[in-house]
Design a protein around this ligand. Structure first.
Ligand code: ATP
Ligand code: MG
Ligand code: MG
Length: 288
């Protein structure tokens, strides 16, 4: 990284990194903020989070803005307070698709060739004989397959991507499943720095406590949301809850426990179970 001749704010903008989602979904905005492509669902979550115990752990939300004829959610750039940050996106939960997506795919299956190709790229044995013959797989089927290849089903979270301060970026964790492999990736991410691990652990414990008191969390099926880990060479280490694109309110009066197994119909997401496993896995990093 060559810093000169960039100003501090330019340097921060250059540091911006997106570890998931379509590249076109984000735009740079005023200093220290970013724009994410509008979704009604995510906006409603941010609105409800204004008065919730989780507020300290989600990106600051500054409303809806229009730019170049498109709508965006305006939020705080979580990287802005770091100097050459290391960033990791962990997708939480035992399931990454909504129950309603499953029902729709069953009623009106739409086999997709792009998803078939992505599956074959990772594992030529992935598709069933039927899927091979039609050269297509449905979206929930693709997502269930991704869950079984990664640690989503077995640990309740998976690593989506990592960018390190040296500029290297990896999103090829589709087959990172065993606890041993995950520990290795975490170890590499923190560069063996035990103090960073300790800071992350205390942050995760705070989040765990907040989730247990959060009204929002009780009343939502939290699918496809991530914990974003960020640390830098100054020792600053933080964790935020991001991505509410698929976080869905339950019918009035209904709540979830977030730590019992999912069975179709119960809408459980395994979020707290995954967080518990994530904490234990990170604990093994500092002792291994
Ligand atoms: P997907 O649903 O495929 O995960 P998405 O379009 O919903 O993608 P997000 O998951 O919200 O997008 O964000 C994608 C990436 O952008 C994150 O992994 C993270 O690297 C970065 N990112 C998102 N929000 C912020 C933020 N407020 N500050 C800094 N980085 C962010
Ligand atoms: Mg995401
Ligand atoms: Mg999303």
């Amino acid at each position: 990284f060559v810093h000169w001749p960039f100003s501090v704010s330019q340097r921060k903008r250059i540091n911006w990194v997106q570890l998931a989602g379509h590249k076109g979904n984000f735009k740079a905005a005023d200093e220290g903020t970013i724009l994410k492509k509008f979704s009604e669902n995510e906006m409603q979550c941010f609105e409800k989070l204004r008065n919730d115990a989780l507020l300290p752990f989600v990106p600051g939300y500054h409303g809806v803005v229009e730019k170049d004829g498109e709508s965006f959610l305006h939020m705080t750039d979580l990287l802005a307070n770091f100097d050459l940050p290391n960033v990791m996106d962990c997708k939480m939960g035992v399931r990454t698709y909504l129950e309603e997506e499953l029902v729709r795919a069953r009623e009106r299956p739409k086999p997709r060739e792009d998803l078939y190709n992505k599956m074959v790229e990772v594992d030529s044995e992935g598709p069933t004989p039927h899927e091979h013959s039609q050269r297509g797989v449905t979206k929930p089927r693709y997502m269930q397959w991704r869950e079984s290849m990664s640690s989503t089903n077995t640990l309740g979270f998976r690593i989506e991507g990592i960018k390190k301060s040296d500029g290297t970026c990896r999103t090829d964790f589709k087959k990172t499943r065993s606890k041993r492999d995950v520990i290795q990736v975490f170890k590499d991410f923190v560069g063996g720095n035990v103090n960073i691990v300790k800071s992350y652990l205390s942050k995760l414990t705070e989040i765990q406590q907040a989730l247990k008191t959060s009204d929002f969390f009780k009343r939502h099926e939290v699918i496809g949301s991530s914990l974003l880990f960020i640390h830098d060479h100054t020792g600053n280490a933080q964790v935020w809850i991001i991505d509410f694109g698929k976080t869905t309110a339950l019918p009035e009066g209904q709540t979830l426990s977030h730590d019992i197994p999912w069975q179709e119909g119960n809408r459980e997401d395994g979020y707290l179970w995954g967080l518990e496993n994530l904490i234990h896995t990170l604990e093994s990093v500092s002792s291994a």
